[in-house]
Design a protein around this ligand. Sequence first.
Ligand code: URA
Length: 244
Amino acid sequence: MKKMRLDKFLSEMGVDTRKNLKEMIRCGRITVNGQPAAKPELRVDAETDLVAADGVPVVYEEFQYFMLNKPQGVVTASRDRFQRTVLDLLPAPRRRDLSPVGRLDKDTEGLLLITNDGVLSHRLLAPGRHVPKEYYAVIDGRVGSADQHAFQEGLDIGDETPTLPADLFILEAGELSRVIVTIEEGRFHQIKRMFEALDKRVTFLKRLSMGPLRLDECLKPGESRRLTQEELKELMKLKNARER
Ligand code: URA
């Protein structure tokens, strides 16, 4: 049993703002078990009562999880007064407590998890957890074994401490090189700064995975979908694992 106010239930599920919901309820557009709801303060059981807005059932979920293929040109933030954010790319209605897990630069694309599960988010980002993140990158310049060695050793990128050992796999070396980088940290502009420390420039960056979660290549940039049960199962293992 999870009893809560009707307007809270509906606003948490992103149906509308509390102010607009009050109006919707007054106009009989919200029903509970088939009957128009009388008032916003009505207490409903989020698990058993059938709530509908304009005839469309609204199912209560404590947590929501979305995978977004972040496109370039969009900022990783929940809200921004001037620029389009990753949250704007999720289908409406959207609940207001969703946030991106970690940050991709405006010109980086790829996997971004968006959720209101703060504990999972914290676990994925906690430095002590060393959750691996894999990126595909195109580099202006020839990447070679000396660079691989430097990544393994850890690089001075101007922070207090050098980077942790990172894996650099070369797919193709040439004037432009194509590589896969795996890091276990999430410092600001980390991959760009690691290559800069080696006098090379990242010209394209795309995140492929974060812990057990892999980007669904069927998602075009800008597209999102809910996580599957299988993906959630893997993330819950990480959420519930004790820190080593
Ligand atoms: N490293 C970067 O430099 N940028 C990103 O967006 C992610 C990792």
